[in-house]
Design a protein around this ligand. Structure first.
Ligand code: SAH
Ligand code: SF4
Ligand code: F3S
Length: 375
């Protein structure tokens, strides 16, 4: 049996796909890059913005044509990841060719689900969110052979008002540090030099664990591992960046001098509506502390334009802040209303044209900043 897997979304999703590929290989499946050659199509999905979902539905449409040419059991289609978790049975309605839907808390069961999908003719929907599970990829299922992702937590408890992630990825759960360290040691033993610690909000690592440990402590433990050359992590939430963490970054020389901590907006009014838990001045205070303590640090951010209620003056404050801080890297998005989030109840009152103009403007602004920084 040959499986083709297509992954959308963030690093956490890509990492889940690596883990699933590992499980499938252990169960005797072969992974193929060529979808015409596959007996099973697996799509790992993202629902962070409508655009991400549209891409998946259009791909499922293409698969329908492919499926018509083959026998059903020879062309099983499965949807996993965040959109599977969000839309559940709804996926079968919009894409009747889909055979199974597997949510974010069940991806470790993919090999059995595929087996059942082949044996029984009914559609399968496994989308309960009872327990977060950590499954690591095998050495051969990891895409990158010198840099490895290691999951340190799953889920998110922040409930930023625009964001679907807490609903589709569930409550935040930290992985025991001994498991993390064991995995990293194995990776280093296999020749990996670079490790990226993954989580939706790594700075809040440690909550709910028996051992009293926070993210700075974890970084120190990882740093002690011999033969690691570089340690990175994503993503950080500004409200959880402590002085202890800034000191750890300054002192641990193998930790990358890049910090990605999304600002989202430069307007306090919008930050409050977004439920981000900090003001612009608190954010700037962290930037100043970081730069004072670690002069060569590079900063990265995410920005949303066109959030409900964003007036020209709010957008200007975001632009001003971007000019002032001069981020080395920025990912910028148009606000996309997500059903089920609290912001969905607000009127999406910035017109598509204004969102587009603001996005172009801020992308151009950041281009100038990045060029200047590179010089
Ligand atoms: N946990 C990470 C990443 C979350 S998703 C973090 O908090 O940093 C990545 C980015 O997508 C977010 O930072 C935000 O800028 C953007 N995003 C999330 N929901 C969105 C929405 N509904 N519309 C537009 N952009 C969104
Ligand atoms: Fe979404 Fe906010 Fe959690 Fe990031 S911190 S995943 S933006 S709710
Ligand atoms: Fe990632 Fe998209 Fe899910 S950004 S957590 S794959 S909604």
């Amino acid at each position: 049996m040959k499986i083709h897997i297509k992954t959308f979304g963030c690093q956490m999703n890509k990492h889940d796909s690596e883990a699933v590929v590992g499980l499938l290989m252990e169960h005797g499946y072969e992974i193929t890059e060529n979808r015409n050659d596959a007996n099973v199509f697996l799509v790992n999905t993202c629902s962070v913005r409508k655009h991400a979902e549209d891409k998946v539905y259009s791909m499922l449409g293409e698969l329908r044509k492919l499926k018509k040419k083959k026998n059903r059991i020879d062309s099983i289609v499965g949807v996993m990841g965040c959109m599977a978790q969000k839309d559940k049975n709804g996926i079968f309605k919009r894409a009747p060719n889909v055979d199974f839907v597997c949510g974010t808390h069940n991806f470790h069961k993919i090999p059995e689900i595929i087996k059942s999908a082949i044996e029984q003719k009914t559609k399968i929907n496994l989308t309960d969110m009872d327990k977060q599970v950590f499954v690591s990829p095998t050495l051969s299922s990891r895409e990158n052979k010198s840099a490895a992702w290691v999951s340190i937590m799953r889920g998110c408890n922040n409930f930023c008002s625009y964001c679907i992630v807490p609903y589709v990825r569930g409550r935040e759960v930290s992985r025991p540090s001994k498991d993390i360290i064991r995995e990293i040691k194995e990776l280093v033993h296999a020749g990996y030099k670079e490790i990226t610690l993954l989580g939706q909000n790594v700075n809040s690592y440690g909550k709910g664990l028996n051992k009293n440990i926070d993210f700075s402590d974890l970084l120190e433990l990882v740093h002690e591992i011999k033969d690691i050359e570089r340690i990175q992590f994503v993503t950080s939430h500004p409200k959880d960046i402590s002085l202890k963490l800034i000191n750890a970054l300054a002192n641990l020389e193998k930790v990358s001098r890049y910090l990605h901590f999304p600002l989202q907006s430069g307007s306090d009014k919008i930050l409050r509506l977004m439920n981000r838990g900090y003001t612009l001045s608190q954010y700037l205070d962290i930037v100043n502390k970081l730069r004072k303590r670690i002069p060569d640090i590079r900063l990265g951010t995410d920005i949303i334009v066109g959030f409900p209620g964003e007036k020209e003056e709010d957008f200007d404050q975001t632009c001003q802040t971007m000019k002032e801080i001069e981020f080395a890297q920025a990912y910028m998005f148009k606000y996309s209303p997500r059903d089920g989030t609290t912001a969905f109840k607000l009127k999406d009152d910035v017109t598509p044209q204004v969102k587009k103009d603001r996005l172009n403007k801020i992308i151009n602004l950041q281009k100038l900043v990045s060029q200047k920084k590179k010089k």
